[in-house]
Design a protein around this ligand. Structure first.
Ligand SMILES: Cc1cc2nc3c(=O)[nH]c(=O)nc-3n(C[C@H](O)[C@H](O)[C@H](O)COP(=O)(O)O)c2cc1C
Length: 390
């Protein structure tokens, strides 16, 4: 099946599974420990019911959304994904281009396999840079400066990664051993790579994923195998927001908020935006699904910062539910990664198209003319949803 015939994101996921070696597919598809939070992120959408207004006769719907002063054609942005280049040659640039062509934004991870300047050059709409402090403050400062010079328009500071989550699929698959790049430890992977010749040919032609060109250490770009240690050595804390703000001098979005308290801290730290996110269930397993905490966070910030949302979005109706509960826009992660893994740029375009068509249809069926006018009256939440813990 080609991506043009993929009916939904689950189809793209199956196609990605067919094209990618297991070790690469599982890196995208998996989550932390028992993957409870990862699954809950998706399942929670099933507990929200929609409340349509019938006979509303809406010939056209308006999907435009303004985030940090920029109007996008869609209420979704592509989330930062580390090592995107592993899914497809030049994966970051292809994704940024596909987002731009669809009239929306792209967020580049610090841990990307492509230089940020190359990705910016491929984009036709605003792109944001996601910051990890890997390599220490000076290295991060240099990365911020590069992103500013290249024209990235917002900085996304991820705060939920003081260590890498325990992704058991990666451990079982031997990801760490593979990344040592010693011939002996790489041999066991040869059969699964050979079984995916299209992916392998592209990966080799692309030079293989050797390092992170946006993390320039004194000896050169940070090597691939150093990520876990690097994250642990430079966890971000609230006081860091001050020097980050001075170094960046532009809008800051704090990503990884999942309590009302942290949302208020982000407001106090002067964040222009926050992302209610648990990293797609890849960090602390056992935290609540993000949709479950979204209303509390929206209430806590009282409109003082823009609230974005991610986690578990696989359908346009999921986006409608998140917007109805107060998110201004959403980030999609795996939904577009599956498209990229399935077929590169056209796969990302197809993922966005699927979500866009879903959005248009859902809004018409709901009797709502625009994403901007979605509100709580369009959904019912379970009666046992309790307010934030004190
Ligand atoms: C393979 C993969 C890599 C990721 N890498 C990063 C990253 O480098 N920085 C970051 O802030 N979030 C990262 N995330 C989290 C996403 O930005 C986003 O929060 C998450 O994917 C949303 O959940 P969803 O995949 O269910 O849409 C990553 C997620 C995945 C699946």
């Amino acid at each position: 099946m080609s991506v043009s015939r993929a009916v939904n994101i689950a189809d793209l996921r199956r196609l990605a599974q067919r094209r990618l070696p297991r070790i690469v597919f599982d890196y995208a598809d998996g989550g932390a420990e028992d993957e409870i939070t990862m699954r809950d992120n998706c399942r929670v959408f099933d507990t929200i019911t929609l409340r349509p207004r019938s006979a509303a006769a809406i010939p056209q719907v308006d999907l435009r959304t303004t985030v940090l002063g920029t109007t996008f054609d869609l209420p979704l942005l592509l989330a930062p994904i580390g090592s995107t280049r592993m899914f497809h040659p030049h994966g970051e640039a292809l994704s940024a281009r596909a987002a731009g062509e669809a009239g929306t934004g792209y967020i580049l991870s610090t841990l990307s396999g492509s230089p940020l300047e190359e990705v910016k050059a491929a984009a036709t709409r605003p792109v944001w840079y996601q910051l990890y402090l890997v390599g220490g403050h000076n290295v991060a400062r240099a990365g911020i400066e590069r992103a500013r010079k290249a024209g990235f328009s917002a900085l996304v500071v991820t705060i939920d990664t003081p260590v890498a989550g325990m992704r058991e699929r990666d451990v079982r698959n031997g990801t760490k051993e593979l990344l040592t790049r010693r011939i002996g430890s790489m041999l066991p992977f040869v059969p699964q790579f050979l079984a995916r010749p299209r992916w392998l040919a592209g990966f080799i032609a692309d030079g293989g994923l050797m390092n992170f060109p946006n993390v320039m250490l004194p000896g050169g770009p940070m090597a691939y195998a150093d990520v876990g240690t690097a994250l642990e050595q430079c966890a971000v804390s609230w006081p860091d927001l001050r020097w980050i703000r001075d170094a960046w001098n532009g809008p800051i979005v704090v990503k990884g908020v999942h309590t009302a308290d942290d949302a208020r801290r982000a407001v106090d730290a002067g964040a222009e935006g926050i992302v209610v996110s648990n990293h797609g269930g890849r960090q602390l397993d056992g935290v609540a699904a993000t949709l479950r905490v979204l209303p509390q966070v929206v209430e806590a910030v009282q409109g003082q910062t823009e609230v974005l949302f991610d986690g578990g979005i696989r359908r346009g109706s999921d986006i409608v539910k998140a917007l109805s509960l107060g998110a201004r826009a959403v980030l999609v992660g795996r939904a577009y990664v599956y498209g990229l893994g399935a077929a590169g740029g056209p796969g990302v375009t197809r993922a966005i198209e699927i979500l866009r068509a879903d959005l248009v249809r859902t809004l018409k069926l709901l009797g709502c003319a625009s994403t901007a006018t979605l509100n709580r009256s369009f959904v019912d939440v379970p009666t046992d949803w309790t307010p934030a813990a004190p």
